[in-house]
Design a protein around this ligand. Structure first.
Ligand code: ATP
Ligand code: MG
Ligand code: MG
Length: 554
């Protein structure tokens, strides 16, 4: 095989290693612990940890760093969920965990350094005044009175900010860079703001907190990150990133490189919106199988290998776009087609009585667990005089090209006999309530006898030994391709049919599988035993991972 073409980031890295600029790579995945991770984060995880794995021979590492400098929205529950999700995707952060909040002293020292160099000043304008004096793309900013303050006065004011002498909003520390820059990020950005807030790690020790743009390059430099990979919206923050690296007493010089974030059709990806869906009970929680959260995908039955494969296939580029969610579903289906054993379940059952059942003293039939993979073995399924079949596998007046059951027609029961329909009954509402049939003795594992036209095999469940199961049929959460662009907002385009619950009939072995067991329900789709509500042998609950075919194709 020709080696696959490297993406532009891996090209830069290959070059840096070849020229000796770096002997190895240290990348990082830096989530803010203010929500659960989603599949967009998986793209960043695959990139950063992937680079670590690919360069392992040179001693490469990838840090898992919690970017926890904002005291207000962060919770330890999120830290734990993030660790679980990274592990589930198959990546290893190698023991050490990094917390940006452990660097608060260092950030503070860097701020004092900038003040001493005349490169930072305390600003006492209101947020409103500051916005106005900063100008806009057409107008240069104008210096505020604070900008010309001397070093001593700035040191004193900053110490008093830190000591808690000011209320929130009364003062900030700003970098003194360039009020005329065409890049608004360079017009004396805020470095520190006052927040009288409790922090999950540092408690009440601080009442000043660093801004993301200031803290992030310092975190990277302190950890000797070689390549700091972030999404494209940070491209015009890069001059500022580099300015902090140049002007602060840092131990290394990381390079920021931006790539396009992952967006998916029929999906919202921002943590803020996901939080709203959870808090307003549009879904059952962060791990609702309809959410693009990693924990939702896991509960939905998406195999981690398939999620990683998808992230690789989407690739790393410089251009923002939206990926068709059908591509993800395709990868899930493709992976499960190879890996998932087959089982039988009937989602919309109608009873068939095999009137001549005693013609053959069978109690079980043997069926393969996977049609293309004999290594998965066979299993015995009990069968008796009454079975369930899928309502749609019978037509009273069969259409053209309908090859399943109908009056006086033949069909094969998967793994079992060919049967012939001899009659049916209807209920008061005109629905088929019972089908009568006869088995053709001697047809298990054998071709159709002369004169019998049997072109289809259908799945079934034995009435005597099969059990009921709750089956949750999940579909896309939104009806619009770009829910973020909906006129009435993303909540106005929630799919009212994103979850349908049915009581299905399942073959006996399915009732006792462990939570997380994944299989194909023959001819229907891929299903997983729910990790929260499925209780083996007590209350079987299955989630539809993905249908066999894409029903959204227009
Ligand atoms: P959101 O916008 O969904 O709230 P975020 O960027 O604020 O996400 P962080 O916790 O800061 O979330 O993200 C951690 C890392 O994951 C960052 O490096 C970020 O660039 C990356 N990331 C977040 N969303 C995506 C995405 N959709 N595609 C690729 N990378 C992403
Ligand atoms: Mg962020
Ligand atoms: Mg965000």
């Amino acid at each position: 095989d020709p080696s696959p073409k490297l993406d532009f980031i891996r090209e830069i890295i290959a070059d840096d290693l070849a020229t000796g600029k770096h002997a190895t790579t240290i990348t990082r995945f830096p989530p803010e612990p203010n929500g659960y991770l989603h599949i967009g984060h998986a793209k960043s995880i695959c990139l950063n940890f992937g680079i670590g794995q690919e360069n392992a021979a040179t001693g490469a590492k990838c840090h898992l760093r919690f970017d926890d400098t904002n005291p207000e929205k962060e919770e330890t529950e999120y830290v734990e969920s993030i660790k679980a999700d990274v592990k589930w995707l198959g990546f290893d952060w190698g023991g050490d965990l990094y917390f940006a909040s452990n660097y608060f002293d260092f950030f503070h020292d860097c701020a004092v350094h900038l003040i001493k160099e005349g490169k930072a000043y305390v600003e006492q304008q209101s947020a409103e005044e500051m916005r106005a004096s900063r100008g806009n793309v057409n107008t240069p900013g104008t210096p505020s009175p604070g900008r010309s303050r001397g070093v001593e006065e700035n040191l004193d004011l900053f110490a008093r900010m830190k000591a808690g002498e000011f209320k929130e909003g009364e003062a900030v520390l700003r970098a003194k860079i360039d009020l005329t820059s065409s890049n608004m990020n360079m017009r004396d950005p805020v470095l520190y703001r006052i927040m009288h807030a409790h922090h999950h790690n540092t408690g009440d020790s601080w009442c000043i907190y660093p801004m993301y743009d200031f803290a992030h390059p310092l975190e990277d430099a302190l950890e000797n990150i070689t390549h700091s990979l972030c999404t494209l919206e940070f491209e015009n923050h890069r001059p500022l990133y580099d300015w902090f690296i140049e002007n602060c007493p840092v131990p290394s010089k990381p390079r920021q490189i931006e790539f396009a974030r992952l967006n998916l059709t029929y999906t919202v990806m921002s943590k803020r919106k996901l939080l709203q869906l959870v808090q307003e009970d549009h879904v059952s929680g962060w791990n609702d199988p309809r959410l693009p959260t990693i924990s939702g995908l896991r509960r939905r039955g998406y195999p981690p290998e398939a999620v990683v494969h998808f992230c690789k296939r989407v690739g790393i580029t410089k251009f923002n776009g939206t990926t068709d969610v059908a591509l993800l579903e395709f990868d899930i289906r493709d992976f499960l087609n190879h890996s998932a054993p087959r089982r039988m379940a009937v989602l919309d059952p109608v009873k068939v009585v095999l009137e001549n059942w005693s013609a053959e003293p069978l109690a079980t039939v043997e069926v393969p667990n996977h049609p293309q993979n004999p290594e998965m073995g066979n299993r015995d399924i009990s069968i008796s005089k009454e079975i369930w079949i899928e309502r749609e596998d019978f037509m009273e007046v069969p259409e053209k090209k309908f090859f399943r059951l109908g009056p006086d027609r033949y069909v094969r029961l998967k793994g079992g006999h060919i049967i012939r329909c001899t009659g049916f009954e209807k209920d008061a509402a005109g629905e088929i309530s019972l089908i009568r049939a006869e088995i053709l003795p001697g047809t298990v594992g054998a071709d159709s006898p002369e004169g019998v036209v049997c072109k289809a095999a259908i799945h079934w469940v034995d009435v005597a030994t099969g059990t009921d199961a709750e089956v949750r049929i999940y579909d896309r959460l939104f009806t619009e391709e770009n829910p973020d662009d909906a006129e009435g907002g993303f909540l106005s385009v929630i799919n009212p049919d994103s979850l349908k619950t049915v009581t299905a009939k399942i073959e006996p072995a399915l009732a006792t599988v462990e939570p997380g067991f994944s299989c194909q329900f023959d001819r229907i789709g891929y299903f997983v035993a729910d990790s929260v509500d499925h209780q083996p042998g007590i209350t079987p609950v299955f989630n539809r991972t993905v249908a066999l075919k894409d029903s959204w194709v227009k």
